[in-house]
Unconditional design. Structure first.
Lengths: 319, 422
């Protein structure tokens, strides 16, 4: 009697089998609608309006887009972004792939330790990173400069510095041409471990039998790497580079903590994401800021498509 | 006998009466103490904290909750919340760099109107500050002046003695540059400078005069003589190697204060609190304060308090604002706590201005600041001030780093600025 009663009540609340899955996945979609989709659509709407954040919005059509596409500072920021992108993405992937290959080989002990160590920068807070890099990159008190000055005592290195007119102590965070290297260095340091993990996972999907067959055929390590590992990793490289394109073109946090919201000396560290943030939230030109976000988005799509063209195909499926 | 309906009615009456009684008293409790939120940035919060106990004692029906975020975050989140019209603080603390923007765009209560009638306090508060808090078009007060900050020159007393210089002889920028040359010549190495950063010469001069970046019609004046001179002098300091090229708020900047590698630093009076409290406390007694060269009297910092239109407790917010801005006690309390210089004229007669400070080797710096504060002209504010600050600052970098022609840099900057005034 009692148990019947209970099941009677819970029957009322029992979800229809067709409805239940949607209810269970709804939290994600509700949050996505509020925090994901709504801002995306709203900023698209904003990009056709002029708005200072408080007053009346007025529709201006494509004015904002015309304004930013003829804005020198916008193109400066695009240039900065692309330079930093190139300076960081290439070393990131070269290092990550090499490290993953070494870690995956049978020569290395303490694999877990190394994997964790390389990944650590990725989860470190930006504030702590800013403090550490301030100590590293300081002009007169920085460790890097102290090391370089010590190195300079060696004649060949002194000669090298002189040829490139590299004066010590270097103003890593003060001189425009060095600021981009400093930012790229920080970003590389931070994300190499993350890419390494992706490549490491990719490497583990390559069957051992292939390596064994290569060894039987007398292939060198270099041959194994270029003829087996690289071609089979192509889809993983595609994924990794795509993530780098998306991430590094939206670069914001690292330059922001290193050189501040104004982009440092000569705006050498002002990426497009920082510039659109400054335009929107500091100068209160939200329409122009939103338009920049959409132009940046288009750049990202174009680069991703180019990347797809370069890296599509390959992998285990084509064996 | 009660009928069933009658019983129900009776119970209902009781319930309603009871709810009226208890609910009523609960309402009374809530009305008794209203909690207002005051959004501020450091170090203004130290000032507020120092006077809150007194405020709560005098106004037992109000409780103040402070909301503190760092400088940029504070102003940005303030703007976002005002735009959204929700979760706004009852009292918003706005710094001078943002005040032109905030008062000229709306979103805040008009304090000149009923029920505030703030204009009755106009005579009590330092003139130029009042002007900065008013809307350009309507002339209504939007942001009530809370504190000012006279620009001043912090100099190393011990270094001047070593050089045999007398502070009274140093009246112009040229005098300081000459002394800087002497100071730099005392060592072979490149670690003795006049200023940490040549840009601080520009920072000082751009704030001088009746207009900053714009005239009263809102036209940019950044190609005027003031900016040319500011750029020329900055460049001269840089070219003579009299600055360390050290950005503010970096570890290297702090060490110039600790080690006495710079002769002087122009800034607002508020910097004194930072030097004394955490940047270089061990240098006590080695510092002196002088007026800025070339008889410049300028405002360098300072803030306002305003009530957002969507605030929930405007009446109590106004009571709080009146308390902190128009009473001598809290104005002096904030000054003592964090060098937050009063904007209330009556507070200037307080005895605290007669006390010498040990940190400055017994110099009466507060009286000097007070005297400087009285001579600051009415500088206007403009809604595009912070855009102009970015653009002209960038032009200065072009001049200092890339040897760009000064007039060319300023003309380019003006063109950029006009483009952005949309």
């Amino acid at each position: 009697m009692k148990s019947n009663n209970n099941s009677g009540i819970s029957d009322k609340f029992r979800l229809n089998k067709k409805v239940a899955p949607y209810v269970f996945i709804s939290p994600f979609f509700i949050l996505f609608l509020i925090f994901g989709l709504f801002p995306i659509l709203y900023s698209f709407f904003l990009s056709f309006n002029s708005w200072d954040g408080i007053g009346q919005m007025s529709f201006v059509g494509l004015d904002n887009y015309a304004y930013i596409l003829t804005d020198g500072w916008f193109w400066d920021s695009v240039q900065t972004t692309v330079i930093i992108f190139v300076l960081t993405t290439i070393p990131q992937h070269v290092f990550a792939l090499t490290l993953a290959f070494i870690l995956n080989s049978s020569y290395v002990k303490f694999k877990d330790f190394f994997r964790t160590s390389y990944f650590l920068p990725y989860i470190t807070s930006a504030v702590a990173i800013a403090l550490i890099f301030d100590v590293l990159l300081g002009t007169r008190s920085g460790l890097l400069n102290a090391f370089l000055i010590w190195m300079q005592q060696l004649p060949p290195i002194e000669f090298l510095f002189q040829t490139f007119q590299f004066d010590l102590p270097a103003r890593w965070l003060g001189e425009p041409r060095l600021i981009r290297f400093s930012i790229a260095g920080l970003v590389t340091w931070r994300f190499t471990g993350w890419n390494m993990l992706i490549y490491f996972a990719g490497l583990q999907t390559i069957p051992r039998s292939l390596y064994e067959a290569a060894r039987v055929d007398g292939a060198s390590i270099r041959q194994v790497f270029t003829k087996i590992t690289l071609p089979l990793l192509k889809p993983v490289i595609f994924f990794g580079v795509t993530m780098s394109i998306i991430g590094n073109l939206q670069l914001f946090q690292e330059p922001f903590v290193l050189v501040g919201g104004a982009g440092g000396t000569g705006r050498a560290g002002m990426t497009t994401a920082m510039y659109l943030f400054r335009t929107g939230f500091h100068w209160r030109q939200f329409g122009e800021g939103s338009a920049m976000a959409y132009v940046l988005c288009i750049f990202i799509i174009i680069l991703s498509l180019v990347n797809k063209k370069l890296f599509s195909g390959g992998g285990l499926n084509e064996l | 006998m009660f009928s069933k309906k009658g019983l129900l009615l009776t119970v209902m009456v009781f319930v309603m009466a009871a709810s009226l009684l208890f609910g009523g008293s609960a309402e009374l409790m809530a009305e008794d103490v209203t909690t207002i939120t005051v959004a501020a940035f450091p170090d203004q919060d130290s000032g507020f904290n120092a006077i809150l106990d007194d405020f709560h004692e005098k106004y037992p029906h109000i409780r103040v909750e402070l909301e503190v975020a760092d400088f940029d975050d504070h102003h940005q989140s303030l703007l976002t919340r005002i735009a959204a019209g929700s979760n706004v603080p009852d009292v918003a603390n706005v710094e001078i760099a943002f005040v032109g923007d905030f008062v000229n765009r709306g979103g805040f209560e008009n304090l000149s109107a009923e029920p505030y009638n703030a204009d009755r306090f106009q005579e009590d508060i330092i003139g130029y500050k009042w002007a900065q808090g008013t809307n350009e078009e309507t002339g209504n007060l939007i942001a009530m002046p809370l504190d000012i900050s006279p620009g001043t020159l912090f100099y190393r007393r011990d270094r001047l003695e070593e050089l045999g210089a007398d502070i009274d002889d140093l009246q112009t920028m040229e005098d300081w540059i000459a002394l800087g040359e002497e100071f730099a010549a005392t060592t072979e190495e490149d670690n003795r400078w006049l200023f940490a950063d040549a840009a601080s010469v520009y920072e000082m001069i751009r704030r001088a005069g009746d207009y900053q970046f714009f005239d009263d019609e809102g036209e940019p004046i950044i190609t005027s003589d003031k900016f040319v001179r500011a750029f020329e002098l900055s460049k001269e300091v840089r070219d003579r190697g009299l600055d360390g090229n050290i950005g503010e708020w970096t570890n290297e900047w702090y060490s110039t204060f600790q080690e006495g590698t710079i002769l002087a630093q122009p800034s607002g009076a508020w910097l004194g609190g930072h030097i004394q409290n955490w940047m270089a406390p061990e240098t006590a007694g080695k510092w002196g304060v002088a007026n800025l060269p070339d008889d410049m009297f300028i405002g360098w910092g300072g803030s306002f308090v305003a009530i957002p239109e969507d605030a929930e407790n405007k009446e109590e917010a106004w009571e709080f604002i009146q308390y902190v801005t128009t009473n001598v006690e809290p104005q002096i309390g904030q000054f003592e706590a964090a060098n937050i210089f009063p904007s209330l004229l009556a507070a200037f007669d307080h005895e605290i201005f007669e006390e010498p400070s040990d940190f400055y080797a017994g110099q009466n710096v507060r009286a000097l600041w007070l005297d400087a504060a009285k001579q600051i002209p009415e500088v206007n504010t403009n809604r595009y001030d912070n855009i102009a600050e970015d653009i002209v600052g960038d032009a200065l970098t072009e001049v200092l780093e890339n040897d760009k022609d000064i007039m060319q840099a300023l003309e380019d900057a003006e063109q950029l600025l006009r483009r952005r005034m949309r």
